[in-house]
Design a protein around this ligand. Structure first.
Ligand SMILES: Nc1ncnc2c1ncn2[C@@H]1O[C@H](COP(=O)(O)OP(=O)(O)O)[C@@H](O)[C@H]1O
Ligand SMILES: [Mg+2]
Length: 254
């Protein structure tokens, strides 16, 4: 199977302290890949590098065969690589609908305001985006909340808005940083089902998550990081049986 994402030799330090010390792994195209590891392993930093929020000190990122190291987030989104955040970002007083509209892909060089005021073609484009926003809201069962301010939503609903926001860009791959953390179990199960259905439609997913039963349920491929390095990769059962993984998690060899 070919790789959707390949990271190779990624290094990154903060004020002289190495957070990433040569991370290397591949995310198979069409997979749900889990990225796990103890707190401080560098998982969020790695996602920040891959999604263009942080420049690596060294190493390369390839997406669907092309080198994209250091590309800005909007350039990556245009190629089909998007991400969710651990905590939903954005503008608190915006409604769910406005939030989605802000993240729809635009013509090159077109700002939001130009887009809104530029005549018939732009209006058609906005209508298409609005249709898409509505379709995504229906699919994620957010339609009744489209006019609600994002701040009025529960933690779990905000996670769904984050997923919906990334879908506006029609991604081929989504990076998700703890998409179920702090969410009640029934909404967590709903989010898991959404992820499976997106994956069944061909979207590759790479998720950072602490919930091991969930990783086992969702992820055909697992990457374990510790202390800024890739420790092991493989199936869930393979990686949890690995002595170094047990040591990283439990602090001793089992
Ligand atoms: N912006 C930053 N400034 C300084 N240190 C950081 C920054 N971001 C992450 N780090 C450090 O990098 C290491 C990895 O952190 P992080 O990527 O958040 O780990 P994880 O997501 O696996 O818990 C930690 O030691 C953390 O303190
Ligand atoms: Mg993190």
């Amino acid at each position: 199977m070919s790789a959707a994402l390949e990271v190779h030799g990624i290094t990154r330090s903060f004020f002289g302290v190495a957070a990433l010390r040569g991370v290397r792994f591949a995310v198979p195209e069409g997979s749900i890949t889990g990225l796990i590891g103890p707190n401080g392993a560098g998982k969020s930093t790695l996602l920040n590098v891959v999604s263009g929020l942080l420049r690596p000190d060294g190493g390369t990122v390839r997406f669907l065969g092309d080198e994209v190291t250091g590309f800005a987030p909007h350039r990556l989104a245009a190629r089909g690589l998007t991400r969710t955040f651990q905590v939903a970002r954005g503008f608190p007083r915006m409604s769910v609908f406005q939030h989605f509209m802000l993240y729809g892909p635009r013509q090159p060089g077109e700002g939001l305001l130009q887009g809104l005021f530029r005549g018939a073609a732009a209006r058609r484009r906005e209508e298409e985006l609005a249709e898409r926003a509505l379709g995504i809201a229906r699919r994620l069962r957010l339609a009744p909340l489209l006019d609600a301010p994002v701040t009025a939503l529960s933690g779990g609903q905000k996670k769904l808005v984050e997923i919906g926001r990334t879908l506006m860009a029609e991604p081929r791959m989504i990076l998700l940083d703890e998409p179920m953390a702090g969410v009640n179990p029934s909404l967590g199960a709903e989010i898991a089902a959404h992820l499976q259905s997106l994956n069944a439609e061909g979207i590759t997913l790479c998720l950072v998550e602490h919930d091991m039963p969930l990783i086992r349920q969702l992820c055909g491929h697992v990457v374990v990081m510790a202390e800024g390095r890739t420790l092991v990769t493989g199936s869930f059962d393979e990686v949890v049986a690995h002595p170094e993984v047990q040591e990283a998690y439990l602090g001793h060899r089992a």
